[in-house]
Design a protein around this ligand. Structure first.
Ligand code: AMP
Ligand code: MG
Length: 329
């Protein structure tokens, strides 16, 4: 395991990434992001973007790593969950490389990969993951052979929620960083629904409430951004804390683009300090969608389960985290 060189491919959504790792050391982590000036992600357009950039990203990643294609021992690609159109591009890219180089291939679940990279980088054995990204919002932890989802959004992902709110405010995409900047200037906590249902959160109703408040012009952008962060992040941290209490686990790691938010990091860290458990937040390049986490998880899977044949290298846009049997833990 120590010396194996793995090439990872990420393509579940807006990011096309290629990473090279040696053992668990990340040698390169290249990526290109699909962006728009106006409007959101149209799957066919994002897939075209990935096709356009894939050769460049591969070349850059190999150059940065100082590795030649012939040195690669294993190819890992994100096989679930995600946008079908874009998953397929990464899968085809990985299959071509595997067959051309005659190297083994493994498929990786993207959500689990966010947890594994936090685990490997931190050295924590068994953390709970608060995964807060555009489309996904889940609290994930290992129990009895699987990664279980202890809590999640019942409707939209936290990042998509923040982006929709930002769009209503006319802030453009992606809205998260802009909302964070404005929130720093907010002072007044505006009353918003606090929507935790059991172990899950619901964000759609808060968005409707916010739209009405924006239309009313009674509230400043700064106060709305501040209040959104305070209330919605508190909901996520509450559910994470209850997952900690339920499982008895002694550490929490963050993952996903929304976890780049310093207030979410602070609130999660404070909760961990109060409970006297460990907290780890990966650096930004490993929080957002990245191929290094796919390579790392691919290596773990390969060492325990071996590879898959090209014929069996399916993608599954809807596969859930808790459907996957984990043999390496
Ligand atoms: P991902 O899907 O994991 O790539 O994350 C993308 C999401 O993260 C988008 O919805 C962004 O608006 C959001 N995001 C990025 N940076 C921040 C931030 N500083 N605060 C809140 N959300 C953020
Ligand atoms: Mg992600």
């Amino acid at each position: 395991m120590v010396d194996k060189i793995v090439l990872g491919v990420e393509s579940t959504a807006h990011t096309f990434g290629v990473s090279i790792i040696k053992g668990f050391s990340v040698l390169s982590n290249s990526r290109r992001l699909f962006t728009t000036n106006k409007g959101g992600m149209i799957p066919v357009k994002v897939a075209e973007h990935h096709i356009d950039v894939c050769d460049d990203v591969l070349k850059e990643s190999l150059d940065v790593a100082g590795v030649k294609l012939k040195d690669i021992d294993l190819i890992a690609f994100s096989s679930s969950p995600g946008i079908g159109h874009t998953l397929r591009i990464g899968a085809v890219f990985a299959r071509i490389l595997a067959s051309k180089l005659d190297k083994p291939l493994v498929g990786v679940n993207h959500c689990i990969a966010h947890l594994e990279i936090g685990r490997i980088l931190s050295g924590l054995q068994d953390p709970i993951l608060l995964y807060a990204s555009g489309a996904n919002t889940q609290i994930i932890a290992y129990e009895a052979g699987k990664y279980r989802v202890f809590g999640e959004t019942l409707d939209i992902g936290i990042g998509n929620f923040i982006d929709s709110f930002a769009r209503e405010l006319g802030l453009g995409f992606p809205g998260g960083p802009k909302v964070e900047e404005l929130a720093k200037k907010g002072k007044k906590l505006v009353d918003l629904p606090y929507s935790v249902k059991g172990m899950d959160v619901s964000l759609g109703g808060i968005l409707t409430n916010l739209k009405k408040k924006i239309d009313s012009k009674l509230f400043s952008k700064e106060d709305l951004c501040y209040s959104v962060q305070e209330i919605v992040f508190a909901m996520l941290v509450e559910v994470t804390e209850r997952a900690v209490a339920h499982t008895g686990k002694t550490s929490v790691v963050l993952g996903g683009g929304v976890a780049c938010n310093s207030r979410l990091q602070e609130m999660t860290r404070l909760m961990c300090e109060e409970r006297n458990i460990k907290f780890f937040c990966p650096e930004k390049q490993f929080l957002v969608d990245n191929a290094a986490m796919i390579a790392i998880t691919g290596l773990l899977i390969f060492e325990s389960d071996g590879c898959i044949s090209i014929d069996a290298s399916f993608i599954d846009p809807y596969k859930r985290t808790d459907e996957i049997i984990i043999n390496y833990r």
